[in-house]
Design a protein. Structure first.
Length: 238
């Protein structure tokens, strides 16, 4: 973890030596403590050794890809992950988000925007969840204080971002929340962001809480507007 004098400890997994060196220098100037490695294996080893606050992963890594690295990290950690893609390709972006990343940036990127995205994601990750009362919707129970979700008494494993997204939706039952609102309230982005980030996380969330993700009943798409949470029994109860 970072020391008290820095904004956070960032692990960069990037095989391009020049870009990695430039990122190390630039993010240190932005106030972060930064470590950099060149491949997925070194990334996993360093992750275990230094326990960073966030990981920045290039999709195109030698050997084990950045996508596989994201999946490996998600098997044991909910640490925030930002993927870096070589182009604004929908397939690469969605694949990275489906692999467990919380957000993405594309090359070439502006370091100030990258730093702002990192700060926003860390702020939301560290911030307290305002909802404190457990919400119960028949078989679905959301316990914000404990960071737990269960269905029929069985705990559901969610990433922190998926959990925050579900809390935001469930705290506004039957209300349509736009992608921009969700980006602002869950990701902390009030002036930048991409709706695909929201869409990918909704898909992942549905796979974990819906009986049939292809026919969602809890998190419903409102075409052209956003998403709405439909509680099975109408309102949450204490």
């Amino acid at each position: 973890m970072a020391n008290a004098s820095t904004l956070g400890l960032i692990l960069i997994v990037e095989d391009d030596d020049r870009l990695r060196s430039a990122l190390l220098l630039a993010l240190r100037e932005e106030g972060f403590e930064v470590e950099g490695v060149a491949d997925a294996k070194a990334g996993l080893d360093t992750l275990a050794a230094i326990n960073p606050d966030l990981v920045l992963v290039d999709v195109m890594l030698p050997g084990t890809s950045g996508l596989d690295l994201c999946r490996a990290i998600r098997q044991s950690s909910n640490i925030p992950i930002i993927i870096v893609t070589a182009r604004d390709d929908s397939h690469d972006v969605v694949a990275g988000l489906e692999a467990g990343a919380d957000d993405y940036v594309t090359k070439p990127f502006v370091i100030k925007e990258l730093a702002a995205r990192i700060r926003a994601l860390l702020r939301r990750t560290r911030g307290a969840i305002e909802i404190t009362v457990a919400m119960r919707f028949r078989d679905l129970v959301i316990s914000p204080e404990e960071g737990r979700v269960s269905i029929k008494g069985e705990e559901v494993s969610l990433t922190r971002t998926e959990f925050l997204l579900l809390c935001e939706l469930a705290d506004n039952p039957k209300r349509v929340l736009s992608r921009d609102v969700l980006l602002a309230n869950v990701w902390g982005y009030d002036y930048f962001g991409d709706g695909r980030v929201v869409d990918a996380h909704v898909r992942r969330l549905r796979k974990k809480i819906e009986l049939d993700p292809s026919e969602p009943k809890l998190v419903v798409t409102v075409r052209g507007l956003g998403y709405r949470f439909e509680p099975p029994n109408g309102r949450p109860s204490d």
